[in-house]
Ligand binder design. Structure first.
Ligand code: PNS
Length: 166
C-alpha cells in the first residue's frame, strides 16, 4: 500500500490544488491531504474551516482523506509510513522554496521522497492569495475554487460590494 501525503496551507483550496490531488490519487493507493501550518503566513480560515472546505471538495475521490497536523511535516510522514510527499509546482518562482523544503524534509526523514507534479497550464497563475484578493472585492471566484467551497470563501472574504457609485 503506497501512501502519499499532500501537504499545504489550503487557505483556501483552489481548483489548482484539486488538479494536483486528483492526479496524485491516480498514482498512489492512498492520498492524505494534510492541512499544515506555515507560521510565516497569516491565515484567513482556521484549520478546522480549511479541513471542512477541503473535505467537501474531495468527497468524490475514494482514496483521498483529509487530516490536519500542527507539527513538522516530516514527523507526520514518518508516523503514517508514507512513501511520498506530493507538491504542485507552478512556475520557476515556486521552485527555489519547494526545493529547499524537499531537501530539508529528506534530511529530517529519509523514508519518503518529495514528488513534484507540474501544474496544468490553465492553473499556472492561480494561487490562494489571488483568490483571496479577488474575493475580498466581491469578484467572481467561481472559476478558481471548487463549488463546494465557494460560499464559505465568499462569505468570509468579501469586504467590498461591486458597483460604481455615482
Ligand atoms: O501551501 P503552503 O503554505 O506553501 O504549504 C507550506 C507547508 C504548510 C506545507 C509547509 O510550511 C510545512 O510543511 N509546514 C509544516 C511544518 C514543517 O514541517 N516545516 C518545515 C518544512 S521543511
Amino acid at each position: 500500500m503506497k501512501t502519499a501525503v499532500c501537504p499545504g496551507s489550503f487557505d483556501p483550496i483552489t481548483k489548482g490544488h484539486i488538479d494536483i490531488i486528483t492526479r496524485a490519487a491516480k498514482l498512489f493507493d492512498q492520498v492524505i491531504i494534510l492541512i499544515s501550518v506555515n507560521y510565516d503566513k497569516k491565515y484567513s480560515f482556521t484549520s478546522e474551516e480549511r479541513c471542512d472546505m477541503v473535505r467537501a471538495s474531495v468527497s468524490h475521490l475514494p482514496n483521498v482523506t483529509v487530516d490536519h497536523f500542527d507539527g513538522l511535516l516530516a514527523d507526520y510522514v514518518r508516523e503514517k509510513k508514507a512513501c511520498a510527499i506530493v507538491k504542485g509546482l507552478r512556475a520557476v518562482s515556486d521552485f527555489e522554496y519547494e526545493f529547499q523544503m524537499a531537501l530539508a524534509n529528506k534530511k529530517l526523514y529519509d523514508g519518503a521522497e518529495t514528488v513534484f507534479l507540474t501544474t496544468q497550464g490553465e492553473n499556472m497563475y492561480l494561487s490562494s492569495s489571488l483568490v483571496k484578493q479577488i474575493a475580498s472585492f466581491g469578484g467572481d471566484i467561481s472559476h478558481f475554487v471548487p463549488p463546494q467551497a465557494l460560499e464559505a470563501i465568499e462569505k468570509r472574504l468579501r469586504r467590498y460590494t461591486p458597483g460604481i457609485k455615482e
